[in-house]
Ligand binder design. Sequence first.
Ligand code: MG7
Ligand code: MG
Length: 318
Amino acid sequence: VDSSRSQEDSLGYVHIQDVPALNQEHCKMLDPQRVERIINEFVCGGPERMQLVSDFDYTITKQRTDDGLPVLSSFGIFNECKSLPPVFKTETDKLFHKYRPIEIDPHMPKAEKIQYMIEWWTKSGELTSGFPFDQSEIDQMASKFKHALRDRTHELFETLLRLQIPVLVFSAGLGNSVVSVLRQANIMYPNVKVISNFLQYRDGLLAGFQEPMIHTFNKNETVLSGSEYYDLVHTRDHIIVMGDSLGDADMAAGVPASSHIMKIGFLFDHVEANMDKYMNTFDIVLVDDQTMDVPRALLALIEQRHQLRHPHLANGSS
Ligand code: MG7
Ligand code: MG
């Protein structure tokens, strides 16, 4: 055993009690021992085996802002654009009122919901057709929300870039808005990939969304199989998943079964009523936490150990 190896072993095991972010009152875990085990697997595996998969709406953006102003979703940003035909707004509102209750119905089986969601995204795409539209309108609206990202989102994305950890921002919303917000917030780094629904044009007019359709229930790595992104990340079997909706917990479905996945759920609405489901779905539940402090704490542990193994990288000179 060479000396560097035995030094590494003596670094020892990470205990949850020693990670302040995980000991906050609003940071809940059903099975802290499992969380501790996964953290230690992440730390031992190092950044090379990590990937982050995150939802966008109300996960990268805040659920609640300091000034109390509501944050628009990615579809919401598009819907506020001034040049859209009046009929577009009234018809998409009708769709929302029909399909949104189905999407969140606690009783309807998932298989049945999927048919309705395909209908919703299809009809929405049909309405998003046949008129001219310029991306600059989205950019203008999106610029209002670049300050509505969770506190310390920039620090999180800088760390991910420094450690060269791939980030997948996975959104069933509108990709044009997602990319615009991330770009204007200066965090659309080369290691960040957005998979979402992007506007499509034909003969200079809008023609719905590009394929494949990403809806609430196919928002996982199975829709990526065979894609360039899948090839990039399929060997990265240590995964942090972040979301604010229960369905977000499955975003890493489609990766090998042997993978270690840490699911972080941001819970804000109807905390009492949702608590049990969130606790049973996510490894870590953060109640009204409008920061990136918990994912940052996990990455800090991984980075510290990485630097001890590779001292020449310690001042960021990778
Ligand atoms: N969602 C899904 N679709 C639409 C739409 O056409 N307009 C609006 N305003 N919202 C829509 O971010 C993804 C979420 O956006 C909603 C087709 C759904 O609730 C979906 O979960
Ligand atoms: Mg969301």
